[in-house]
Ligand binder design. Sequence first.
Ligand SMILES: Nc1ncnc2c1ncn2[C@@H]1O[C@H](COP(=O)(O)OP(=O)(O)OP(=O)(O)O)[C@@H](O)[C@H]1O
Ligand SMILES: [Mg+2]
Length: 308
Amino acid sequence: MSDYKYSIEAKNVNKTFLKKNQKVKALIDFNITIERGTIHGLLGPNGAGKSTFINVLGGLVKKNSGKVNICGIDIDKNIKLSKFKIGIVPQELNIDPFFSPAELLELQAGLYGVPKRKRKTDEILENLKLSDQRNSYARTLSGGMRRRLLIGKALVHDPEIIILDEPTAGVDIDIRASVWDYIKRISNQGKTVCLTTHYLEEAENLCDNISIINHGKKIIEGSKKDLLNIISTKTVSFVLERNILVPNQLNEFKPILTNNILKLSYDKNKTNIKNIIDILIKNQIDFREINTSEGDLEDVFLKVIKDK
Ligand SMILES: Nc1ncnc2c1ncn2[C@@H]1O[C@H](COP(=O)(O)OP(=O)(O)OP(=O)(O)O)[C@@H](O)[C@H]1O
Ligand SMILES: [Mg+2]
């Protein structure tokens, strides 16, 4: 195995499209580092430049400037080899309708020069729960089945990196859970996974590291844990035994009292929840239940997108 630290490393990548004679800057000095063996989320609003970057990796879009290395290979020096290292699951469900899933996987394997004895068509179909559709026309497959078939297509040449552009868009909850399991399994085999998604819950569940991109620029990149720490506000709700008058000492925690539930917000880096409980006890406020909640990835996303 060759020696490289980052599965994908991009520096100062620029891409400008011409749309109706107008210049659209899809990527502006875009940087990213995706560590080997991790699941990396590439997040950003519609039109942020995510798919453009993925298409640059796959050689479908030619960047105007910048450097991109895939498994340590400079794509400008050896696009053929670098393309071999990645399997891309595209955002659009473009599948030839007149082939069956088995035929499509065999065709794809042929394109990549995978010898017949090394092909894993049935194993891939089984893993993606498509065995029953093995020989049906692709046009008869549902949206979720097509999405899984596209994942299968990206895996036939056993690439080191799997890139999934919106792997669960339009997929129901059951299938989404099985796609998540499958992504985790791919990752457990030591592969590097990069995915884009608009379901922040999906990124929170799956990703080790996350990059957030907006208007073609990377805004922030880091471990999921570090990103979640950006939001230090926590909320605590007390279910009270009886109605109360909120004491002034709680004002700094922006109290909201509704239906005997007292909701307070505090900065977890400044306040310990014990301080709040002490104030309640001192004021003889009885409660029978406490619930706390922390900021999630969606809060982080909205905050960093708004700040830039
Ligand atoms: N082939 C193209 N020709 C012209 N403009 C393009 C082309 N591909 C992308 N763009 C433009 O580049 C910008 C970035 O688009 P891109 O598809 O990369 O966004 P995205 O982050 O993938 O968005 P989404 O979440 O909607 O998939 C958009 O303004 C888009 O209109
Ligand atoms: Mg896209």
